[in-house]
Design a protein. Structure first.
Length: 469
């Protein structure tokens, strides 16, 4: 089976279309003591009862973030009541689009699916066993690349655009973990989770130098970068560069995929309760690596210059405007044709996980029916670290119902209110949460103006509680 590196929905169009979302995994649920999902945020936490998740539905979370790009500054209506078009349409003013960009426009995304999870008490100890499928992506798109696509040649003598720093990092792996927590005293509980990782795929590409020189008769691309891609059964397909005569990677042929890397990681957590009302907690998550096999890895470099015939996304006034999906596909194809990577010697490689550090405090009143929480969550992403500070109010009117509202402050603009609901009668535990409530969406429920949004839900079956308490 062959997968084109440059035509699978367009890598850049994929990045742009999901850029309305965020990267963090549910700060809102951190203080909801009846949810099983919060155990993934701190392994020292212990639910009221054991549990077994509904296979495939124990926890599903999707988290995305962009520091600048949103749906409504990439997709525009061509006119009142007219079809939607991308920012490349000639009727969309260049200044309006470009003024919204930052020098480096970052996109982060991750999706985690819990395939199986069980938690149970053994005297004072609490054990968990879980299997998760995890996928993550981080990208940086310099303003110069989007500016070149939108404005083209602005000077008759030639125009030069700089897109150095362009990068993409993505991974997919299966995670199996065993967790343990134990109250070492009446005030302190410690927890740890040890995880075995099976790598499915990883890609890491970075350009430290990338420039596009536009003249009246040709475009010259100067690129200096490296690409590392790891996936069992993937072999590169080559295509000849018409200007240099050299072969470059045009896609990958996938034959008998499987696990191309192996690794390990751990989560560590602590909870300290100096009195009945106040609780401090901290955790460090995903401390680990995946080592990718040499045979499953393709290493390539882009060094030198080549000619490029320009962006080919056309809008013909005499014909119907193509659908937004088709426009994004074509735009992605055009962008990806800018990159000519030449295969080099294979090598074994090791990649680090995206680690997270959580620091939190909670103060409870009314016999723990109402509490106030503050959580700092720092995610060590590629290419930069990202921190969010979230305050929440947590209401527990009964033993089977809990609700939380939250506000995330550092990336706010009054668009980062979140909410969570946990419904837990004796026979089921259902949870749903979002750190960034959707205030304005299109008919496909894609957020229009928010740079951040996420959602998580899960279903589990309660088991026996802790008989030692």
């Amino acid at each position: 089976m062959t997968y084109s590196l440059y035509s699978q929905k367009g890598l850049l169009s994929f990045c742009l279309s999901i850029s309305s979302f965020t990267l963090f995994a549910q700060q809102t649920s951190y203080f909801m003591d009846k949810t099983t999902q919060r155990l993934s945020l701190n392994p020292a936490f212990r639910p009221a009862t054991g549990y077994v998740s509904v296979p495939g539905l124990g926890s599903l979370s999707a988290n995305f973030h962009s520091n600048a790009l949103t749906f409504d500054n990439v997709i525009y209506p061509a006119g009142p009541g007219e079809e939607l078009v991308t920012f490349l349409h000639p009727d969309i003013p260049a200044t309006g689009f470009l003024n919204q960009l930052k020098p480096n426009n970052r996109i982060n995304a991750d999706v985690t699916m819990n395939l199986l999870s069980v938690g149970f008490f053994a005297r004072k100890s609490f054990w968990t066993i879980d299997v998760n499928l995890r996928n993550g992506m981080d990208a940086n798109i310099p303003k110069g690349l989007l500016e070149a696509a939108k404005t083209g040649m602005t000077d008759p003598g030639g125009t030069l655009y700089n897109a150095g720093g362009l990068s993409l990092n993505g991974s997919s792996y299966l995670e199996g973990g065993i967790g343990y927590s134990y109250p070492v005293s009446e005030k302190v509980t410690l927890g740890a989770r040890f995880k075995m990782l099976l790598g499915i795929a990883n890609v890491d590409g970075y350009f430290h130098d990338f420039s596009i020189e536009m003249t009246q008769d040709k475009w010259i691309v100067q690129a200096e970068g490296e690409l590392n891609a790891s996936m069992k059964g993937a072999s590169p397909e080559l295509k000849k560069d018409e200007t240099t005569g050299e072969d470059y990677i045009n896609g990958f042929d996938i034959d008998s995929p499987g696990f191309g890397g192996y690794g390990g990681a751990m989560d560590l957590g602590i909870s300290y309760k100096p009195n009945e009302r106040l609780t401090f907690s901290a955790s460090a998550l995903d401390l680990g690596y995946i080592s990718w096999n040499k045979e499953a890895t393709t290493t390539a470099v882009s060094s030198g210059e080549f000619l490029y015939d320009g962006f080919n996304l056309n809008f013909d006034d005499d014909e119907d405007v193509p659908s937004v999906g088709n426009q994004l596909d074509e735009m992605g194809d055009d962008f990806m044709r800018l990159f000519h990577f030449k295969e080099s010697a294979k090598k074994k490689r090791t990649t680090k996980l995206r680690s997270t550090v959580n620091l939190a405090a909670e103060y409870a009143i009314l016999r723990n029916r109402l509490s106030f929480g503050l959580l700092s969550s720092t995610r060590f992403n590629v290419p930069e670290t990202f921190t969010e500070l979230t305050a929440s109010v947590n209401y527990r009117p009964t033993g089977w119902l809990a609700a939380t509202i939250s506000y995330s402050m550092l990336h706010s603009d009054f668009k980062t209110a979140g909410a969570a609901l946990n419904f837990s009668p004796g026979w089921i535990n259902f949870f749903i949460a979002s750190d960034y409530m959707l205030t304005k969406v299109n008919p496909q429920y894609i957020p229009l103006s928010q740079p951040s949004a996420n959602i998580q839900f899960g279903i589990s079956i309660p088991l026996a509680g802790n008989k030692e308490q």
